[in-house]
Design a protein around this ligand. Sequence first.
Ligand code: SAM
Length: 368
Amino acid sequence: MSSKGSGIGAYDTAERRWAGVGPYYAMFPAAFADCVVKRYSDPGDTVLDPFAGRGTSLFSAAVQKRFGVGVEVNPVGWVYAQAKLHAAAQDDVQERLKAISRSAWRFRAETERLPAFYSHCFSGPVLAFLLAARAMLNWRRSKVDWTTAALLLVNLHGKRDASLSNQMRQTKSMSPQYAIEWWHARKLRPPKVDPLEFMERRLAWRYAHGRPTLCGSRVFLGDSVRRLPALAEQGEIEARLLFTSPPYCAVTNYHYDQWLRLWMLGGSPEPRTVSGSSRGRFWNSGAYEHLLRDVFAKTNELLTDDATVYVRTHKRELTYTITRRVLREVFPEKRMRTFSRPFTTPTQTSLFGDVPDDTGEVDLILKP
Ligand SMILES: C[S@@+](CC[C@H](N)C(=O)[O-])C[C@H]1O[C@@H](n2cnc3c(N)ncnc32)[C@H](O)[C@@H]1O
């Protein structure tokens, strides 16, 4: 899945500029999300996404006068979604960036203590700035801070002349040793950018048309297995559209692939895979099936009887077969239609997936 704006006018409104926050593995293209929300729900309806990622479905719902409600377990996806749905004012973010910049000198010594990867990836001033941001941003609680964090994450790595880092993919963080060798072979040094000035320019672009006009929507940071029952208990949500894309089985590890951005949010300075009970969920087919069954069964409690269930997933055998089986079991009273969506452009999955990717995606639509 990819999310490029296309054609003249692709970024001519605040909604379109903010829809692109931020690069995330297997994200919905914004235009696709807009079409699904428009077709399968009405203004005033609630749209539920238990695997919200960067919040594309929720944002699309909120732009189109629906209420988005979602859950995302990965802090990177959550910060993007939260910033899109509840963006702070430009002046406040600018002030926060200035405060970070003023404090950066305190973190110079700490730059020396990081693994070698960091000094190959970022210049000294950028690294001190990032360490200050990492220490100062209370991104879980403060609107200004989750907005600032999201915009930093968007620009953390990417093309050498268009991000804070040495040359790197924008969507997926590379493994440290691979990256060092790659830069060394090409004699690529980290770009000498002034981080404050760079971020201010990025801010000016993002806010050029202001902030999006949205219907109140919510995204929760956490595991849907636990969060959905809590939402059901409150008894406030009756969604008419369940619109989601579950994780793919044995294709990607959302934590490992985002390790550098997770470090920015206070995580380990080294890549880490998901730990504990979550780890097996995407690699062991039994655990994967259990996760999907558990989550979809719990969404059932939050849907109206006439709700549409729209699931986009990968067409690879395991992911597709399991998802289809689970949906049939959980929603036996609904009629399922299946549409193949071959990839027309290279996707993150085909570029970076750990398995060959030659089958595209599939949409499973269930209606009463
Ligand atoms: C295919 S991605 C969704 C991408 C999303 N449609 C977008 O546009 O960004 C699947 C997401 O499910 C999340 N996820 C996996 N297990 C979860 C769980 N138990 N609870 C909540 N989110 C989960 C992953 O972190 C990942 O972000």
